[in-house]
Design a protein around this ligand. Sequence first.
Ligand SMILES: [Zn+2]
Length: 185
Amino acid sequence: MLSRSGLLSSDTDYRYSSNDCNNFTRCCLCGIFSPFIFYVDSQAAINCIKIALPPYHNFFCVNCLPQPTNTTEDGPISLYWEGSLFNNNDFLSLFDGYEYYHPDDRPTYYRNYDLIITEYCELPPNYMRIVCEPMPASVRMRKLYEIFPAVHQIPLNNYSSIWEMFSKVEQKYGEILKYYLTHMH
Ligand SMILES: [Zn+2]
């Protein structure tokens, strides 16, 4: 796997490791917290991760989102479908830098929910312009939240178990799929 930031995945000392650490929605690979969680449904992408992850460990921070390491003459072999946002580095770079290490360290201007980001999201056509203009960090954060339909929101929670957490993320993914099946334009 080619990590978008090799620095993060090689250093595990910062991770929150209390008894309830697995009950939060956070990156399945490096354990970091982020309001932007990328849900991977591509088996090719999961297979590309160096260490074998248990079932259901398929959502990541932007830095751990699997990216192709193999290339052909035509360019990298994609792990995602051709038009996927997960192949779009300009899109992905928008969500870099919002990670935090401990649930208590979440900046106050983040909202009280995270976003489950899927390969297909219906975003405003001019979303890059909306979020890339010079603006204070808190305003950019608000705009990043607002370019996604509300169905992507998942409340912050310290679930009673890791299984409840996984089940809520799966449920949310199902809601997102259903939303796009019934709201595709
Ligand atoms: Zn990560």
